[in-house]
Design a protein around this ligand. Structure first.
Ligand code: NAD
Ligand code: DAU
Length: 349
C-alpha cells in the first residue's frame, strides 16, 4: 500500500481518515478526490495542507476520464471509497442524486480500478491483478434495515434497506460484491454504525443539537425520540478501516461498531445537560418517513479476526466532541451559512 486514493476526503469521516493515515503510517501518497458538495469542506484538512504526501483534486467520482488520469498519474494501488450523499433526510426529498452518486459513482470507480489494476484488462476470463491492490467500500449498517428490541446485525444479516439513502448504499455494496465475484477484483466492504466526532456537518443529530442548544434554538426530536443508534467515535472508525486495509481477508465484509446503543432522546438530554441548557428546548416534531427504529452492530468478526477494538468510551468521546464544537464555532458558522440555511428552512419550517 503506497498510493491511496481517498474519495470524499473533504467530508466528515473522509477528512478524519486522511489525517489518520498521515499520522499513523509512512504512506507515500494520499490523493483526496472530492467534488466539494455542500458536505465537503477543505477547512477540515488544514492540518494536512502542507504535508507533501497529501494531494487534493477537486472532481467527481462519476468522471471516468479524470479517474483514469488519477490512477495513472499517481500510480494508485488502494482505493478507500467514502464519497457519497450521506444524509437520510435529504434522500427523502431528493433521491435521484443518491442513486447517481452512490451507485453509478461507485461503479465508475470499480471499472477504472479494475481496468487499471488487471494484468490483462481485455481478457474477460483473467482474474489476475497487480500485487497488493485493494478497493475498500465504506458502507453502513443501514443496509441491513431496522431491528426490533432484540438482535444485532451480523455480516450475514440479509440486506433490507428502508430509505433511498440506504437503498443506494446497499446497491453499491451489491455492485462491489459482483465485481469481486465476476472479475476477481480484490475488495473489502466495511459496514459501520453511526459516527460522531469533529467535522461532522451540522445536519446530523449530534452537531445539529449542539448548535441549536448553543443558540437557544429548539431541538427537533423526530417522533417519540426512542429510536436507537449504535454510536462510534469517528477515529475508531478510521482505525477500523486502516485495520481492514492491512489485515482484512480479500472479498470479506466487516461490520464496525462500538456496542454503544443509545436512544436519541438520551443523547439530546445529555447534550443539554453538558451545555447547561434547559430541557424545555426539546421539541418533538413529525417523525422521519420510514424511520428505522433500531440499529445495533455485532462486531465479533472484526474484533476476533482482526484484533480491532474501539478506544473511545462514549462518555469521553461525546465530552470531547461537544468541547470541539464549542471551540470551533467559526467552522460551524462557516458551514451553517448559505446553502445549508436554505435546506434547514425547508426541513424544519
Ligand atoms: P459526508 O456527507 O460528510 O461527506 C461526503 C463527502 O463526499 C463530501 O466531502 C462530498 O463533497 C463528497 N462527495 C459527494 N459526492 C461526490 C462526488 N460525486 N464525487 C466526489 N466527491 C463527492 O459523509 P460522511 O458522513 O463522512 O460519510 C462518508 C461515507 O461513510 C459515506 O459513504 C457514508 O455512507 C459512510 N458512512 C457514514 C456513517 C456516518 O455516521 N456518518 C456511518 C457509516 C458509514
Ligand atoms: O448508521 C449509519 C448512518 O448513520 C450513516 O450511514 C449515515 O450516513 C448517517 O447520516 C447516519 O444516519 P442516521 O439517519 O442514523 O443519522 P442522523 O444523524 O440523521 O439521525 C440520527 C437519529 O436522530 C435518527 O434516528 C434520526 C434522529 N434525528 C435526526 C435529526 C437530524 C432527530 O430526531 N432529529 C433530527 O433533527
Amino acid at each position: 500500500m503506497k498510493n491511496i486514493l481517498v474519495t470524499g476526503g473533504a467530508g466528515f469521516i473522509g477528512s478524519n481518515f486522511v489525517q489518520y493515515i498521515l499520522d499513523h503510517s509512512d504512506i507515500i501518497r494520499v490523493v483526496n478526490l472530492d467534488l466539494l458538495t455542500y458536505a465537503g469542506n477543505l477547512a477540515n484538512l488544514k492540518g494536512c495542507e502542507n504535508d507533501e504526501r497529501y494531494h487534493f483534486v477537486r472532481g467527481d467520482i462519476r468522471d471516468r476520464e479524470l479517474l483514469k488520469q488519477l490512477f495513472s498519474e499517481y500510480e494508485i494501488d488502494t482505493v478507500v471509497h467514502f464519497a457519497a450523499e450521506s444524509h437520510v433526510d435529504r434522500s427523502i426529498t431528493e433521491p435521484e442524486i443518491f442513486l447517481s452518486t452512490n451507485v453509478l459513482g461507485t461503479q465508475a470507480l470499480l471499472d477504472v480500478a479494475k481496468d487499471s489494476w488487471k494484468i490483462e484488462p481485455d481478457n474477460k476470463y483473467s482474474r489476475e491483478y497487480r500485487e497488493a491492490v485493494r478497493f475498500l467500500q465504506v458502507s453502513t449498517d443501514e443496509v441491513y434495515g431496522a431491528l426490533g428490541k432484540e438482535g444485532m446485525f451480523t455480516e450475514v444479516t440479509p440486506m433490507a434497506p428502508n430509505s433511498p439513502y440506504s437503498a443506494s448504499k446497499a446497491s453499491a455494496d451489491m455492485v462491489v460484491r459482483a465485481y469481486h465475484n465476476t472479475f476477481g477484483l480484490p475488495i473489502n466492504i466495511t459496514r459501520c454504525s453511526n459516527n460522531y466526532g469533529p467535522y461532522q456537518f451540522p445536519e446530523k443529530l449530534i452537531p445539529l443539537m449542539i448548535h441549536n442548544a448553543q443558540n437557544d434554538k429548539s431541538l427537533p426530536v423526530y417522533g417519540d425520540g426512542m429510536q436507537v443508534r449504535d454510536w462510534l467515535h469517528v477515529k475508531d472508525h478510521c482505525a477500523a478501516i486502516w485495520t481492514v486495509l492491512q489485515k482484512g481477508r480479500i472479498g470479506e465484509v466487516y461490520n464496525v461498531g462500538g456496542n454503544n446503543e443509545k436512544a436519541n432522546i438520551e443523547i439530546v438530554k445529555l447534550i443539554l445537560k453538558q451545555l447547561g441548557k434547559p430541557e424545555s428546548l426539546i421539541e418533538y416534531v413529525q417523525d422521519r418517513p420510514g424511520h428505522d427504529r433500531r440499529y445495533a452492530i455485532d462486531n465479533t468478526k472484526i474484533t476476533t479476526e482482526l484484533g480491532w477494538q474501539p478506544e473511545y468510551t462514549f462518555e469521553q468521546g461525546i465530552e470531547e466532541t461537544i468541547e470541539w464544537y464549542l471551540q470551533n464555532s467559526e467552522w460551524v458558522e462557516n458551514v451553517t451559512s448559505g446553502d445549508y440555511l436554505q435546506y434547514y428552512e425547508l426541513m424544519y419550517n
